[in-house]
Ligand binder design. Structure first.
Ligand SMILES: [Zn+2]
Length: 307
C-alpha cells in the first residue's frame, strides 16, 4: 500500500486533529487571500493619493535596502514610505520586518507594502496566493486598513495557529479543536459577505465533521472511509510539515541578536520525520538542515553550561 504509513498516522487521534486543524488554516488562507489582495490594492492607492510626496510616482534611485530588520539611512522617498507604514501600523513600536520588503517596489507593487505588516520570511513572496495563513492573519491584525475586523478574533486565530505550528508533538486534543473551531467560526463570520470566505467556512465545517480515520489492515478500532482522497491528505500533510519546518528553521531576531529555535522542538520534529520512512524520504534535505541546527543548538547549550 503506497500510503500505508500515512494511514497509520491518521489513526492517531492527536495527529489527525493536528492535520485537520492545519487543513482549516489552509482554507482560511484560500478564503481570505483574494479579499486581502483587493483590499491592499485599495490601501496602496489610498496611501499614495493622500501623500503629496508619494503622489509624484517616483521610485527610489538610491538603492535603499533593509538590513535584516533594520531600515535606516534611507533616501527622502523611502523615508516617506517608511513614515506611512509606521502611521498605519497598529504596533509601530514593535518589530517591523523591513527585511520582507523591496522598498524600490513600494510605489508600484501593493504586495510589497503588505509585506511590511507580516511575519519574517516573506522576502521572496510576491503575490497574495503564495502567502500562508500566518502572513495573511498578521496583515489583518497589524495594518489599520482592516480596523473594521475585530482584532481580538484575529489574534485568537493567530494564537491557535502558533500553538499548532509550534507544538512539539504535532498533536492536539479534541478540546483544543473545539476552541479552535469556535475561534475560526467567529473570525470568518465577520467576513461572510465575501463569497470565498463563506466557501472556506463551509469546507472547514465539513472537514471538522468528518473522521479521517481509515481502515488499515491489522489495526483495530478504525472507522469507515471518508470519501476524502488519501492523495489529497498526503499533499496537505506535506504542505503543513513544510510550514512547520519553515517556522523552525527561520532564525528569529530580537534587537539584532539571533533567537534560536527551541532544541526540544527541533529534536521532536527530527524524531518524528525520521521515524516515518515516507516522510524521511520526502524531507531528506530538510532533515540535514534540522540536524545542522540541532548540532548548533547543542553546542550553544554546552557553551552556556561551561560559563
Ligand atoms: Zn530609497
Amino acid at each position: 500500500m503506497v500510503h500505508e504509513e500515512l494511514f497509520a498516522r491518521l489513526n492517531e487521534v492527536g495527529y489527525k486533529n493536528w492535520l485537520k486543524a492545519g487543513y482549516c488554516l489552509l482554507k482560511v488562507k484560500d478564503g481570505l487571500c483574494g479579499f486581502v489582495d483587493d483590499q491592499m490594492r485599495d490601501f496602496h492607492n489610498i496611501v499614495i493619493n493622500s501623500n503629496t510626496v508619494l503622489l509624484r510616482g517616483k521610485t527610489c534611485k538610491n538603492n535603499c535596502r533593509p538590513k535584516n530588520n533594520q531600515f535606516q539611512s534611507v533616501c527622502p522617498l523611502c523615508s516617506e514610505w517608511k513614515r506611512e507604514i509606521l502611521k498605519h501600523h497598529t504596533k509601530p513600536s514593535g518589530v517591523i520586518n523591513w527585511g520582507n520588503c523591496r522598498p524600490w517596489l513600494w510605489p508600484i507593487e501593493h504586495w510589497e507594502l503588505a509585506k511590511a505588516f507580516m511575519p519574517r520570511g516573506q522576502g521572496g513572496v510576491t503575490r497574495a496566493e503564495n502567502c500562508d495563513a500566518a502572513a495573511i492573519l498578521n496583515l489583518l491584525h497589524l495594518c489599520d486598513h482592516f480596523s473594521s475586523i475585530n482584532h481580538l478574533l484575529v489574534t485568537q486565530v493567530i494564537h491557535c495557529r502558533n500553538e499548532l505550528m509550534h507544538s512539539c508533538e504535532m498533536r492536539v486534543s479534541d478540546q483544543w479543536m473545539a476552541h479552535f473551531q469556535k475561534s475560526l467560526d467567529q473570525l470568518l463570520m465577520q467576513l461572510r459577505h465575501v463569497p470565498e470566505v463563506a466557501a472556506a467556512a463551509r469546507q472547514i465545517q465539513e472537514m471538522l465533521s468528518v473522521d479521517l480515520s481509515v481502515h488499515v489492515p491489522g489495526v483495530d478500532g478504525v472507522d469507515g472511509a471518508t470519501g476524502i482522497e488519501i492523495e489529497s491528505i498526503s499533499l496537505w500533510e506535506t504542505e503543513l510539515l513544510r510550514e512547520s519546518l519553515r517556522d523552525l528553521l527561520n532564525t528569529d531576531e530580537h534587537d539584532g541578536a539571533p533567537v534560536y529555535a527551541d532544541l526540544q522542538r527541533v529534536q521532536m520534529l527530527h524524531r518524528f520525520l525520521s521515524g516515518h520512512q515516507d516522510l524521511e524520504e520526502q524531507f531528506r534535505s530538510e532533515l540535514l538542515s534540522i540536524q545542522g541546527l540541532e548540532e548548533h543548538l547543542q553546542s550553544l547549550n554546552s557553551d552556556h553550561e561551561k560559563q
